[in-house]
Design a protein. Sequence first.
Length: 212
Amino acid sequence: MSAYWPWWAGALGLAVLTIGYTLATDRSFGVSGAWERVLHWRREAEVERREAGLADEQALVAALVAATADHFGTLPAAPASAPPVPTGAAPTPPAKSRRGAQSRPAPLVTQAVLLISIFVGGLIAAVTSGRFDLRFDMGAGYRHLVTGNPVAMIALLFSGGVLVGFGTRLAGGCSSGHGLNGCGRLSPVSLVATATFFGTAVAVSFLLWKVI
């Protein structure tokens, strides 16, 4: 009996994860971007700290006034008062661009929790299904298909990881960011990127199957 989930259960799980993450964080789901930010957590934490200070409008105005007075030796002129709002008319709220709201990724702690959850979820699934096996290669099938030399196998895996990382940075996202989120949003860039890496994967798999 197969220990794998049926295809529809995996699809449902990915849909719930992607939609839930977007609703909870108001950001697109992506693993490579989260990994890059967590690796550079000191820099990202400093950026978040600065942006939190700029988010306070009064503090920002006070800082700008102080910087103007320090540079020019005088305070800026007070802004003209806004025209009165007609009786019975509600004031127009400032327009907020949804694209601007998503210009920054989700908070650093959110993306760290995402990466930890992926690891813990995979561990729980492997243990509960009885398929957990701690090893340092890709299994017997990979050894038979590619090489039986452990050193060469590690070199190939390392090189492949570097190329995957380079590709995700070049494409501006990975399979989760482009394939799950970008295609769902009908982003032209994501559609092209997803077609490219999936098409390449299919071609390479046929090459390995037919040639090797």
